[in-house]
Structure formats: C-alpha cells, structure tokens
Design a protein around this ligand. Sequence first.
Ligand SMILES: C[S@@+](CC[C@H](N)C(=O)[O-])C[C@H]1O[C@@H](n2cnc3c(N)ncnc32)[C@H](O)[C@@H]1O
Length: 352
Amino acid sequence: MIPQQLLFYCRPGFEPDLAGEIATKAAALGWQGYPRPQVGHVGFVLTDERPANALHRALPLASLVFARQSLVALEPLELSREDRLSPIVEQVLESGWSFESLWQETPDTNDAKALAGLIKALQRPLESMLKKRGALRRKAGGRRLHLWWTEGDRVQLGMSFPGNRSEQPGGIRRLRFPHDAPSRSTLKLEEAWHEFVPRDQWDSRLAEGMQAADLGAAPGGWTWQLVRRGMQVYAIDNGPMDGGLMATDLVEHLREDGFVWAPPMRLDWLVCDIVDKPARVIDMVERWLVKRWCREAVFNLKLPMKQRWEAVADGLARLDRSLTAAGVEAEIACRHLYHDREEVTVHVRLFN
Ligand SMILES: C[S@@+](CC[C@H](N)C(=O)[O-])C[C@H]1O[C@@H](n2cnc3c(N)ncnc32)[C@H](O)[C@@H]1O
C-alpha cells in the first residue's frame, strides 16, 4: 500500500494558514492534491500518482512556516473501544513499514490532552505487538511511527524520517523559563536559536564578546539571552530595562527609535521584537542587511490580520527580492515557533 497523504501538525487556530502554505508550495512543485485542515493539524491528500514520500522530501520541514511536524501518513482509522490495537497493528503490517520507535501524540488542545491516560496505557501493549510482528525493530533507518490521536476512537498513523522531522513530541520545543529573565518573551529568542543555529555551532555563532543590537528590547527578555551568551548589547527602547541586566555592564540602553537607529559599527547580531506592521519591520531589517550592519538577524513578524500565510509569504518574497537585487547573499528561514503566538520568527544569515 503506497501512502498517499502527508500529515502536518500546527498550533490550533493556524490550520487555514498551514493549509494555504502547503497547497501553494505543493502546487508550485507540480503536485496535485488538497489540504484537509482539522484542529491542530492539516492532512494533505494527494491526487497524484507519485508516492507521498517524494513530496515529503521536496517540502522539508525546515522550509515550512506553520508546520510543527511533517509525516507521511495513512488514512485515519475509526476504532472500536473494545479493541483499539488490532486495526492499528493491521494497518502497520499492510503498509509494509517498519520502525525503530513509536510515539503517540495529540493536537495541542485541552480536549486532546484528556487522552493522555489512554495513550499511556496503550504504549506497552502496542510496542510488544508490533515487535512480535517485526514492525518495530532495532535497525529501521531511524524511522519513527507516530500515532496521532484526535479522539479516543480516532487515530491516524504517520511515519517520520531522521533529518526531516521535529525531534520534539508534538513538534513542540518546551523550554524552562529562566527564573531571573525579565520577561517570558525570552523563550522566543532561545527557541529561535535552537531552531535556526545548529547546537554544535553555538560556540562560534553565539559567542562571548560578540556585539548585538536588540530593537524593542524592554524589559529585556531577549537582551538577557544575548547577555547569557556573553555578548555586548545595544538595547534600543524608550521603555525601562531590567535593573539586574543593566548591572552586568554588558548592556548599553539607548532611548531611540529602533526604526531609525544605526549601529556605530558592524555587529554580529540584530534581534527585533517590536510590535509593528510586518512590512515596516521588513523594510528596516532589509536596510540593516543591505548595509551589512549585522551578520545574522532574528526578528518577529506580528500577524494580527486574517490572511496570515499570505502576509508572511509576501513579506519573505519581498525581502528575498531586495537582497538579491542588492547582491546580498543570504539564507532566510521563517518558522511559527511554539513560543510564538500571533507572530512568526524570521532568521537571516548573510554569506558575504
Ligand atoms: C514585545 S515588547 C519586547 C519584549 C522584549 N523582547 C523582551 O523580551 O522583554 C516590544 C517593545 O518594543 C518597544 N517599541 C515599540 N516601538 C518601538 C520603536 N519604534 N523603537 C524601539 N522600541 C520600540 C516597546 O516599547 C516595547 O518595549
């Protein structure tokens, strides 16, 4: 049986955005199919002859904005409450798939979280049945079986591959709030670094002695992350900065307008969390990049509008065009992070 669906997880409320994104990108790659948005996830059903694995590879998770996880999937199963396990095992065997691990997940809603007890009770019996039938084994190319429960009697099976998936359950990176950080927003920048900077490069790209600017810095959650890495920070904001952070002597607080302030020399990092129109933020960041005032940037695009995918796609395309026209070679990535709400996070790294 050739799987003919993809399954993507997302933050509840962003299903239309993810559906629009997948439909647009699949069509641009010449694939036929339609999105099936449901709470906290979007299925993409192919009406194409080619196997779904090929589209899955052509749409890497890292290139998608609104997807938290990306799987090749089978048709959802309706289960009877008397015997949930047999149909699951049967579908796995029919598919011919085999795996190294089994993850059970649910949409990120309170209703779905109530399924936690059921899921826990099923884990061991399922693993043992799948092992007995050879579908769960030690060497299976790192493939993982995902059981996506939307109801106690409704589950969809999906498969993920190393290198093109989130390694976090539910695609959610949970981070501990650092007790002395001045605001919860601090987790947005920390998550952005986990997402965009490979861990083995932190010591060279997020290094002690680097210089950074934080636009819209107050009270200092993002500046706190930069300081924690030992960087010197220009914190630009009319509002007050956290006293403890100022006592580190690593922060220069300037009560200036982040949209017009220019750094005195080339910096390593620009970060910006100002709440304003995406187009205005992009124009400002574009100026920084074209003038090569920083090597890397992380900034948020706030999305209070209805057509969020369209707004993001327009903004990113415009940034890409301007940088290309100015001869600036850069890598641009944009993700809707777990700690982002009505916003997405963009990362840009200059190559020259
Ligand atoms: C969401 S808060 C930033 C929170 C911060 N990242 C943190 O982690 O604590 C947005 C900040 O942008 C500032 N702001 C708004 N317009 C600005 C501008 N034109 N220039 C500089 N800062 C601005 C506001 O004063 C506010 O403190």
